[in-house]
Design a protein around this ligand. Sequence first.
Ligand code: MV4
Length: 447
Amino acid sequence: MISKILIANRGEIALRVLRACKELGIATVAVHSTADADAMHVRLADESVCIGPPPSRDSYLNIHQIVAACEITGADAVHPGYGFLSENAKFAEILEAHDITFIGPTAEHIRIMGDKITAKQTAQELGIPVVPGSDGEVKPENALEVARKIGFPVLIKATAGGGGRGMKVARSEADLEEAVATARTEALAAFGNDAVYMEKYLSKPRHIEIQIVGDGAGNAVHLGERDCSLQRRHQKVWEEANSPALNVDQRMKIGQVCADAMKKLKYRGAGTVEFLYENGEFYFIEMNTRLQVEHPITEAITGIDLVHEQIRVASGGGLSVRQEDIVFSGHAIECRINAEDPRTFVPSPGTITHFHAPGGLGVRVDSGAYQGYRIPPYYDSLIGKLIVHGRTRVECMMRLRRVLDEFVIDGIKTTLPLFQDLINNQDIANGDYDIHWLEKHLAATSE
Ligand code: MV4
């Protein structure tokens, strides 16, 4: 059905998708900017096309260039990876209009989930528990009435939001007017849309997300959860599956709620339903309609290749697994290795002078980096992901400690030392952390 896939991305995720294509006997086309001519994804693809200069908007975000690259190479499908055009409904539509398969959900589903109010209303209608809050958009003149009804503290969020921009807490009535005004100004600046809505503010939640895959014809499964609470400024740092906070019953219950919702929606492709989790309750916040950076920890505990499933359902082949066949085995942790200073998180592009990836049982390294590779300064600083699996969380942590000692990346600064710190921390060992833990820890240890 699909015989050649163009990968509209770069870095480790382009490699990740390439590997799945090769296993399925599908030809691959890499695209790259002039800054990425010597990147690993270009070397390993069957063909490659240069699509423009370094700035993303001129290359990896340039829809016309990507469609042209499909026409030139005869690619019949596009995998968007994550970021860039992966959640761009217009891109999905343009590809379909050119008879090119978009490996992802329908443009309509991307659009619904891209608008946070519509996403939340849809989730609620599908039976997913949501955070108590306003019924849709809140105008400044109604803010006080709505906030009193919800009860303080409240959180004002941008409809077009995501990533925490345009988000403001109002702890009491005195804070409200300013919080609403600031949220609207920030939302307008960031998204060109000043619409905001309001929610009950959860003060110490964990961020737990459920991985789902649907076939677009009414069948869907869940692959358990990932705990992504360890983050700094909305950038995830360390993710684990399963969540240290959940037991089997909780996992299967919330997972089934999400799978049933995706069946009703006739969702196609991989997706993630994001929740805040506090005091034993789940509260939907957003849905991502793409493969996520941290998908390998789910693959580690289920043995299911999520990119294979994406390609299968995109070509109408259906899911390879039934819910009852999915077995959750052991524990996995992902460390995001960024080319950044491990204390200040300032990007550190440059040439890698020495690179040695660890190996052994239960170890996976997804990275396009190699000795002599020059990290360009134009893109995000993720240069690799270290994924460690063990039969238990304790075994996984012991293995991670060994593996971190083995990993060598010289010539640039990386976040590896941060993980050396976390692996020796008692709260982390106990799984005792929430979404604010890492920022508090960094502040406390920088004095
Ligand atoms: C919240 C919240 C507390 N209460 N909603 C941040 C980004 C956006 N995706 C949702 N976010 C939050 N929504 C309510 N009602 C706290 C956050 C939040 C957060 C969520 C997930 C991961 C990290 C976070 C860091 C700060 C705030």
